[in-house]
Design a protein around this ligand. Structure first.
Ligand code: DC
Length: 228
């Protein structure tokens, strides 16, 4: 049976950096589910459909074929055959993703795809509902978090490094708004699974966090082999 490590948490907690690192160390596939919602968001943005238009979004979601492939170990995201990876990391794409991810039809389509990916290969999957909805039987579940201030600092550093324009105040406000939307939506809101381990990364380095998750994975392996 394939093994899964589920990493959930709010925007900017370090999920993708950590998940990528762990996947590399364990030779698992990294599945960035946020990128799939971002691709959906981009699809509707290009069609000029407003995020509030649930009827149109639900009707058309099935026409956005979002698929993942791996080139030199890097996840590439395709939207109806076009590689859109480079277009997905902007604040705008993140906000659109957050807005369309509230709709059950969008979630149903993407969750089914995520479950298929994890059925046959060992994965580290990150998102908001991986431990609670997508892979409730994942061997290891982590809930990664950090203070809003630390997360905003990280986002700003990231944008600065990419040479993208930003205003610190707006970045922080976006994070707060997105947290609110992600935790208050009716469908699969962001919450910690009962059996997830909470890791607050505010005062931890990336390597410390990765080490902690790998330690949890090894402990779990031992328990499964009946050694603990
Ligand atoms: O992790 P991210 O910032 O790339 O995610 C973008 C948005 O997609 C996020 O605001 C909420 C949504 N999302 C979701 O609802 N469920 C997931 N499993 C992943 C992301």
């Amino acid at each position: 049976m394939a093994t899964a490590i589920a990493i959930d948490g709010p925007a900017g907690a370090g999920k993708s950096t950590i998940a990528k690192k762990i996947a590399e160390r364990l030779n698992f596939i990294y599945v960035d589910t946020g990128a799939m919602y971002r691709a959906m968001g981009l699809y509707f943005h290009r069609l000029g459909i407003r995020p509030e238009d649930e009827e149109a979004i639900s009707r058309l979601a099935g026409q956005a074929e979002v698929s993942l492939s791996y080139e030199n170990g890097m996840q590439q995201v395709y939207l109806n055959g076009e590689n859109v990876t480079a277009l997905l990391r902007t604040e705008e794409a993140g906000n659109m993703a957050s807005a369309v991810s509230v709709y059950p039809e969008v979630r149903r389509i993407l969750v089914r795809q995520q479950q298929k990916l994890a059925a046959t290969q060992d994965v580290v999957m990150d998102g908001r509902d991986i431990g609670t909805v997508v892979l409730p039987r994942a061997q290891v579940k982590i809930f990664l978090t950090a203070s809003v201030k630390v997360r905003a600092d990280r986002r700003c550093a990231d944008l600065r490094q990419k040479g993208l324009p930003f205003e610190r105040e707006n970045v922080e406000k976006d994070i707060e708004e997105r947290d609110y939307r992600d935790t208050h939506r009716a469908e699969s809101p962001l919450r910690q699974a009962e059996d997830a381990v909470l890791v607050d990364t505010s005062d931890m380095t990336i390597d410390q966090v990765a080490e902690r998750v790998i330690e949890l994975y090894r402990e779990r392996e031992k328990t499964e082999r009946g050694e603990a």
